[in-house]
Design a protein around this ligand. Structure first.
Ligand code: SAM
Length: 243
């Protein structure tokens, strides 16, 4: 079953992405845990291990959704970093902000509605740019990467966590079955919405593999690009620098 969104025009993809996240926002965190068996937490920690956040710096988390990365950035810097979270979806931002409020962790994060392809931040204004499971949803990856480079100050770090290409022969079969059969079914059971999870699976399929994505990052003018595979390539972390 093909969702076919790669053939649709950019405006249609953007509105599809909006409706997907509008529809799952309230249960997004629960679904993440259920679908990944909690492993998305380990992947996020792995990205932060590599990034090594330090107090006193300005971090920008794009497509930050309900704040998973932003809250970890604060935690790891003892609340001493400045964290700006940008997401295009008001429902996701609202869920994240409310949860942070409920947990009494309200200080330290600026929640901003904005587009990864036109960030509402000045040139050279952040020390690190992170994006987790977000760039896949952006209509034009090259534009989002160019924006990352623009807002990073020279010496700043780019870091992206995204689904990637499984390279283990048995795991890829299992993963296919899981993605195409199990995920939409679980999506329907938990959120009543199988289509959103079908979109998710398709968008993962169409995203460039490890090497191809590294090449795009280099083309955007970021340097010393490296990546690390997670869980046999189910996800990967890409790192680069604005020099
Ligand atoms: N980073 C969070 C995490 O790892 O849990 C959320 C990831 S969620 C799968 C993808 C997020 O990307 C959604 O919150 C969605 O609203 C956001 N998004 C999609 N297109 C965007 C765009 N063009 N600019 C900014 N955010 C976007």
């Amino acid at each position: 079953t093909s969702f076919g969104f790669e053939e649709v025009e950019p405006a249609a993809k953007a509105s599809m992405v909006k409706s997907v996240f509008d529809s799952v926002a309230g249960r997004y965190d629960l679904m993440n845990d259920v679908m990944s068996g909690g492993v998305h937490r380990l992947w996020k920690e792995a990205m932060l291990d590599w990034l090594m956040p330090r107090p006193g710096l300005h971090y920008l988390d794009v497509a930050g959704g309900t704040g998973d990365i932003a809250l970890r950035l604060l935690e790891r810097t003892g609340g001493e970093a400045r964290v700006t979270l940008v997401d295009i979806n008001a429902s996701m931002l609202a869920v994240g902000r409310d949860r942070a409020l409920d947990e009494g962790r309200v200080a330290g994060i600026d929640w901003i509605a904005g587009d990864a392809m036109r960030l509402p931040l000045p040139d050279a204004s952040v020390d690190a740019f992170t994006i987790a499971f977000g760039i896949r949803n952006v209509t034009r990856i090259d534009q989002a990467l160019a924006e990352a480079r623009r807002v990073l100050r020279p010496g700043g770090r780019f870091m992206c966590l995204e689904f990637s290409r499984v390279f283990l022969p048995l795991l890829d079969r299992l993963y296919d079955t899981y993605s195409f059969a199990v995920m939409p079914m679980m999506g329907r059971l938990i959120t009543g919405d199988a289509e959103s999870y079908r979109y998710l699976v398709e968008s993962i399929r169409r995203f460039p593999d490890q090497e191809a994505f590294a090449a795009l990052i280099r083309e955007a003018g970021l340097e010393q690009v490296r990546y690390r595979n997670l869980s046999g390539g189910i996800a990967a972390i890409h790192s680069g620098w604005r020099l």
